[in-house]
Design a protein. Structure first.
Length: 133
């Protein structure tokens, strides 16, 4: 599941790497269209639909969730939780400033997602959060 799929880069890469099924959501209709067109152009299947992470309620979930989103949207997802209470096994949160990483890790910890890896480059960070069993 690619939350905030934009043009579909992460979803398409996941499909190319053999993940299936792959899905993506975005609140922008143009992004939904772009993801569908780019998936077709790349010969992969990505189920894509419009979804508002701010007002849409719990976020769609899957065993692996990719969320390349800015801090406010990541906090919305953490606050709303995941559809059906289905916490992903792994959540990769990226698109955040390094100074925001601890806050984002703490926000998802309430869902039982524990930070297992952090990658930083300049002022940007990405977190790997895994469900504690």
């Amino acid at each position: 599941m690619d939350l905030g799929c934009g043009s579909g880069v992460l979803a398409i890469a996941a499909a190319k790497l053999g993940w299936s099924p792959v899905a993506g959501v975005d609140h922008e209709l143009e992004s939904v269209r772009a993801t569908a067109e780019n998936a077709e152009a790349n010969g992969v299947v990505v189920a894509v639909e419009r979804f508002d992470l701010i007002r849409g309620g719990p976020a769609p979930s899957a065993p692996l969730v990719l969320a390349n989103l800015l801090r406010p949207l990541l906090l919305c997802v953490a606050r709303a939780g995941f559809a059906g209470g289905e916490v992903p096994r792994t959540l990769i949160a990226s698109g955040l400033l390094s100074t925001e990483a601890d806050e984002i890790a703490a926000a998802f910890a309430r869902h039982g997602l524990v930070e297992t890896d952090r990658r930083a480059s300049a002022e940007w960070s990405a977190l790997v959060l895994r469900r504690s069993e």
